[in-house]
Design a protein around this ligand. Structure first.
Ligand code: G3P
Length: 218
């Protein structure tokens, strides 16, 4: 399972990268806006740090404009994966861009039928937003199960990129279902390693070690 960081915050990306924990980055217009920096500046900073797929989202909503924007984004760097919303116009754009060999991450997926259409259009990734489904009392993880099953049934090559992850249970749930990628905020990456029993156990080991007689250094 690949781990992507879902942020445009350069410090967080650097920290996660230095820890060797991330394989790629996903951004969206809201995350870019939070940085207070121009889009291209942020994109270039991210591309310098991480050598893996970097999702950058198009702003256009009409297919021919989406295609134009995605082609421009893809030209910035070989690692750029243009992100296109899962609308009818988005599907039209994905068909064209995929046939040109451009890897697309189709985003804002909230149903199994949307994911099926996205795979048929040839997207490299589909991004189902599980946290936002949970927020409205819908089962986000059930959607991942459905998509993974459908993609297996027809051997689709589209990778399931689980997005809108809010906590570690989302990550382990997606991993159990065999999702290809989980994209998560920095905070969740840090939560994955923490366990109070690990900290307690280590403390006890180190305290007990003080009672082990020491050899005399000759
Ligand atoms: O990048 C897309 C997605 O992960 C957004 O997550 O927390 O805004 O629902 P969230």
């Amino acid at each position: 399972m690949k781990f992507f960081i879902d942020t445009a915050d350069i410090n967080e990306i650097k920290q996660a990268h230095d820890l060797g924990l991330i394989d790629g980055v996903t951004t969206n217009p809201s995350l870019i806006a939070k940085t207070g920096k121009p889009f291209k500046t942020v994109a270039k900073e991210i591309l310098k740090i991480v050598d893996g797929p970097i999702s950058l989202e198009v702003i256009a909503t009409e297919s021919s404009q989406m295609i134009k924007e995605a082609r421009t984004l893809a030209k910035i760097h070989k690692n750029v994966v243009p992100k296109i919303p899962l609308t009818l116009e988005g599907l039209k754009a994905v068909q064209v861009l995929s046939s040109e060999g451009i890897n697309i991450n189709q985003t804002l997926c909230f149903s199994a039928t949307q994911a099926l259409l996205c795979a048929k259009a040839g997207a490299a990734y589909v991004s189902p937003f599980i946290g936002r489904l949970d927020d409205i009392s819908s089962d986000g993880m059930k959607l991942i199960e459905d998509i993974v099953t459908i993609y297996k049934n027809y051997q689709f090559k589209t990778q399931v990129l689980v997005a809108s992850i809010r906590h570690p249970l989302h990550v382990s749930g997606a991993a159990k279902l065999g999702a290809h990628v989980a994209t998560m905020p920095f905070k969740v990456i840090m939560q994955l390693v923490k366990h109070p029993l690990t900290d307690l156990g280590l403390n006890q080991f180190l305290n007990d070690w003080k009672n082990v007689p020491k050899n005399k250094i000759s």
